[in-house]
Design a protein around this ligand. Sequence first.
Ligand code: PMP
Length: 391
Amino acid sequence: MFDYSIFAKELENLKEQGLYTYIKTLESPQGAWLTINGKKVLNLCSNNYLGFANEERLKKAAINAIEKWGVGPGAVRTIAGTFSLHNELEDTLAKFKKVDATIFLQSGFVANQAVIPAITSGEDAILSDELNHASIIDGVRLSKAKRFVWKHRDIKDLEEKLKEAKNARRRLIITDGVFSMDGDLAPLSEIVELAEKYNAMVMVDDAHGEGVLGSHGRGIVDHFGLHGRVDIEIGTLSKAFGVLGGYVAGKKELIEYLKQKARPFLFSSPLSPADTAAALEATKILQESDERVKRLWDNAKYFKEEMKKLGFDTGESETPITPVMLYDAKLSTQFSKELFEEGIFAQSIGYPTVPKGKARIRVMISAVHTKEDLDFALEKFEKVGKKLNVI
Ligand code: PMP
């Protein structure tokens, strides 16, 4: 019999170090408030930036799609065929992102796994920011290309690495657009200039930029006015879009190539009709109006400014992501626990999601929080912050 005590021991270790994540069970949909253990708590944890996860129009679209298309796709698209609904989502996303074409995958995580090994091989070089998301790191691991990791947002270091990689057949630079744990932005304009100088491709993971940055939440490429100069954009449909799924956006040849070569496309079934229709509806709403995006930014600006006034260290975020830096993992876990008792759901984040010694509460503000919600959060942060001698 296999000795499972090794897992039990490791779990104990995690608990001792304050690195064990207690997953909360929700008794309500995602929104500004949640019910957990019968208790109403303010939700500061979700990536549901615009409140689409429980939005009426998306729910109706999903229900109608189930009536029309059923619940499952049958098999992978290359074998069972693809619903016209799937194609409509890809075409609508392409228009929204102002690119030739898109291909959706099962998640943002999978989108990174799909594209990186499909377009690189042993003769190529991949250059990756050291703080890139785990799904990029794992996607890079799936490729045989030579790896170069450059210092976070350090353009000089990237240039050094590009020089080292000059003999590679192709060079692929990959960066998160918005870094999900700190909320800082990639210096995308400078990266694109370097890529043009060293004949490299640029790939940006826009998971936390969509619905947040640029006109109508088109993302980081729009924010920096770089349309046509970024080769690959990775998107997720699970954050601001409020649903599930991921996608790759770019030139028509690239997307067509991925439909022939990307393994998660070839070997795993696509999104269900309900997910597809809901994501399509979210894209339509974003195209129609940027009102929610504006509300998100107003809320985030207010919350961040007030937190700073209270004396909290909220890092270098340039987006609604608000890290409340506590550094020590045990303190951070304790802070989160105390907040929960006060009616606030704000999870502590520690290693390996962030580097050791950089534990934090990551506050995610949304467009559906009211001013009263934010004031409630500020009051409770102040109370717990004083109690634990953080401020
Ligand atoms: N990329 C980044 C930068 C992310 O933050 C995330 C979500 N944590 C993903 C990709 C994965 O997205 P999904 O949840 O759709 O798999």
